[in-house]
Design a protein around this ligand. Sequence first.
Ligand code: GLN
Length: 532
Amino acid sequence: MKYIFITGGVVSGLGKGIVGSSIAAILKSFGVKVYMKKFDPYLNIDPGTMNPIEHGEVFVTDDGAETDLDLGHYERFIDVNLSKNASISSGKIYEHTLLMERRGQFYGKTVQIVPHITNLIKEEIYTLDADVDVDVVICEIGGTAGDIESQPFIEAIRQVRMEKGIKSVMFIHVALLPFLKITNEYKTKPIQHSFKQLLGLGIQPDIIVTRSETEIEKKLKEKISLFCNINEESVISCPDSESIYFVPQTLYNEKIHEIITSQLEIKITKPNFSWWEKLIKNIKEATNNVKITIVAKYFALKDSYLSVIESLKIAGFATKNNISIEWVDAKKLNIDNYKQELKNSKGILVPGGFGESGIEGKILAAKYARENNIPYLGICLGLQVACVEFARNVLKLSNAASTEVDINTKNPVIDIMNGKDKYNIGGTLRVGGFNTNIKKGTLAYNIYKKNVIRERHRHRYEFNNDYREAFESKGFVFSGIYEEGNLVEIIENPACNFFIASQYHPEFTSRIGKPNPLFKSFVSAVVKYSYK
Ligand code: GLN
């Protein structure tokens, strides 16, 4: 087994995840079997309880882990299902260590960061599911070199290199190369400092990926090479890119794969780049502009909806449409302004969300889509608001609500699932992949063309089956059901051209070149019905 560790330097938010995913995708094209992992220095057990505005989207794996959003990039780029053991936080490591301590499993020893925490980190690095066949594991270390929090991880990877040797372990440092406008030049000093931080912790990077605004000149590479003790070819330029999907090609042109495969002595086959050639062709040929309105509430950080955005883009590439997203703040929509605010919408998407704020605005967005026959895709909360809207305005149950926001409602059309409570919030959602049986003759069946599908979930509330008949009597269709629990998974309204919503999150299963069917058909429906 070979290991590549990716660290970040100077600032966070450089796209280490994209660099790692791109390296993995390049290696995969050469026939190398890759797997990816993310190590996060924060103390939360997982990001499930974190505010999306602070941390971005919570990505969900098929086996039910709530993970960092970088796992979404990994899955989309390399087209594999990652598992619980692909996302590890300090919190998880410390929890495990302290439980062992309470059970007396350290046999009277003083429990310390080194070796106990670092040993557990190494165990996580080495652990792989029994059914995965892998040549190279690419591990991204969250945070920035020099952070207090990430030091145990850096120490652990230093030990991994000691244990496995230079031919099995590689360090790639992704660092900011800032451009100074005043002097009109790039400045390498921050990279030199960040390199020194790592060196002080015993890590000599094998490759430095410079993140800069534009491509860099040879003399800068020479300078970084000299100061950071690496070959000039090992300084890889990765300038800002129009699309994250161009990054594999950039890194390939810089020949990063040659350095990796030669140091790690990895056998490669004749590369197959057809997937990304096709992708780039589709991106370049996507000239038809398609506008999608997302009615959302976690505004301060668009990363809160990362997989939704990427799924729309991927669906756009596959159908040669250039998606532009228009954001509408659900919290600002009210009965007096919603028609005006949504009047230019060509397609409305209501994504997932938690809690009370913005919910009335989302209900109004579903109302607007239904009444004006605008293609609608609801995701999780987007299904729930579509049901509340239908109950209020078609079934005339004016007090219909979800018990998530109104515990005493007389018409709880959305209610908490059996066995769930809303007080113990960490790790208690219905989360991960479950099967949905699809009814023949419905829009959902037409989209998936399958009797049974598997999609990923993350919720605590559900459609209340006491209301099913009343909804059906007015033409509402429950086209997807999780049979074991008799839970509603897909709803649709055949009175509209395209009005569909899922209780699951279709955005977690889009892959490059393989958009999730719901997204693909939504984009096609917007083109068909709104751009006639
Ligand atoms: N808050 C809703 C629930 O818990 C919807 C969750 C979501 O949109 N992911 O059921």
